[in-house]
Design a protein around this ligand. Structure first.
Ligand code: S3P
Length: 429
């Protein structure tokens, strides 16, 4: 599917966000391992989270999904069943890596695979600690690539220092740690998103965090519960930047998850001079929420890297869009992980924005972007990457001519209503 977006002036009105992708996955997975029923409201019915539900069903979990409401009949820590066929994680790295952790603790055999993109993404980082805990895993390139064949079993707890700040890696080890006796400890070089820790604690696990380390007591009894999923700040990011760079815009975005491990986007945009008001802060199911008001404003370039990167790892494509229209230079460092996402995002940003007339310089681990660029418009390709498609769409709001985005339906991965939402906001003008 192709979508054409033409600049039509300011964005005004209210954005109703889809549920947080990371938290939706975790609510379903941990709900499945709990005793009793878990009722999830505000679940993200995007393709990634639906892949998680499909895999859980193949593992013998009864799940009812109607729109954004999901009811999971938990089977308890020992209740999963051997799947009869291969588990397909689609495009979803979170599904694949978190399931590896769970499957490592099962006394049965399973095979995981994914789509063309996921089959090229590194799994070795997850497999290594799981094998140290006692799982047997085989896959292409010595177990680094899907499909992976996992024979789980009795696991030993582990104290593990991760080589990269990755919430998927941390979560895989913690989920495996549920099945091991004693304490499993994960220490990261920088803190990655902590939704797994919060969700496990909400279900009754004993979990303690200190600095960049988290300690889980194995073999807890997890109890099913009600979960309300907050709106996804990574989805809000497109409209926050859209309103900021389009003169005359004013948006209200209620129910945004503002977990501090995810709010790097707000910090960077505020450093750039964005007008974002964060109001009505509250906590729902151990996750902080707020309502955001965003107005258009002049931006200035910034330099950032280090511990900020994991806090905005999925937002770098849309930050690049903000940087194109800021005054001065933006330099992004320490973001080599972006080369290992749904696409090599540093290459995709550089090359696809070049199709619209933008000049972005890639480095080994980041980007250099000079501001005040004139975007001509033209045809660009999402590369099947939802975050590239949505970033191109927001850049189109400031292009001189329409932007045609090829393979635009990939937004269904994380934001099925994205095209409808952007159309409605422009019509309000
Ligand atoms: C996610 C963790 C991040 C992020 C991804 C979702 C999660 O990946 O990029 O979109 O839900 O745990 P890494 O763990 O590879 O950094």
């Amino acid at each position: 599917m192709q979508i054409t977006i033409a600049a039509q002036g300011a964005l005004r009105g209210e954005v109703r966000l889809p549920g947080d992708k990371s938290i939706s996955h975790r609510a379903a997975l941990i709900g499945a391992l709990a005793e009793g029923k878990t009722e999830i409201k505000g679940f993200l019915p995007g393709k990634d989270c639906l892949a998680t539900l499909a895999c859980l069903r193949q593992l013998g979990v009864t799940i009812k999904q109607e729109g954004t409401t999901v009811v999971v009949q938990g089977v308890g820590l020992r209740g999963l069943r051997e799947p009869e066929t291969v588990l397909d994680c689609g495009n979803s790295g979170t599904t694949a890596r978190l399931l590896c952790g769970i499957l490592a603790g099962q006394s049965f055999f399973s095979i995981l695979t994914g789509d063309d993109s996921l089959r090229q993404r590194p799994m070795g980082r997850v497999i290594k600690p799981l094998m140290e805990m006692g799982a047997k895993v085989h896959g292409r390139r010595g177990g680094d690539l899907l499909p992976l064949a996992i024979t789980g079993g009795r696991l030993q707890s582990l104290s593990y220092q991760t080589p990269v700040a990755s919430a998927q890696l941390k979560s895989a080890v913690l989920l495996a740690g549920l099945f091991a006796k004693g304490k499993t400890v994960v220490t990261e070089p920088e803190l990655s998103r902590d939704h797994t820790e919060r969700m496990l604690a909400a279900f009754g696990a004993k979990i303690i965090t200190a600095g960049n380390s988290v300690t889980l007591e194995g073999q807890p009894s997890l109890v099913g519960r009600r979960i309300q999923i907050p709106g996804d700040i990574s989805s809000a990011a497109y409209f926050i930047v859209g309103a900021t760079i389009t003169p005359g815009s004013e948006l209200f975005i209620p129910n945004v998850g503002i977990n501090p491990t995810r709010t790097g986007i707000l910090d960077v945009l505020q450093m750039m001079g964005a007008k974002i008001k964060i109001e009505n802060m509250r906590v729902v199911n151990s996750e902080p929420l707020a309502d955001l008001y965003v107005q258009s404003s002049e931006l200035r370039g910034v330099e950032f890297g280090g511990e900020l990167i994991p806090r905005l790892i999925d937002e770098i494509p849309i930050i690049a869009v903000a940087a194109l229209f800021a005054h001065g230079r933006t330099v992004i460092k320490d973001a080599a992980e972006l080369r290992l996402k749904e696409t090599d995002r540093l290459a995709a940003i550089t090359e696809e924005f070049a199709q619209l007339g933008a000049k972005i310089i890639p480095t080994a681990d980041g980007l250099i972007i000079d501001g005040r660029q004139q975007l001509k418009g033209g045809i660009a390709y999402s590369r099947g990457d939802h975050r590239i498609a949505m970033s191109l769409a927001i850049a189109a709001l400031r292009a001189q001519n329409p932007v045609i985005i090829e393979d635009a339906n990939c937004v269904e991965i994380s934001y099925p209503q994205f095209w409808a939402t952007i159309n409605n906001l422009q019509k309000v003008n």
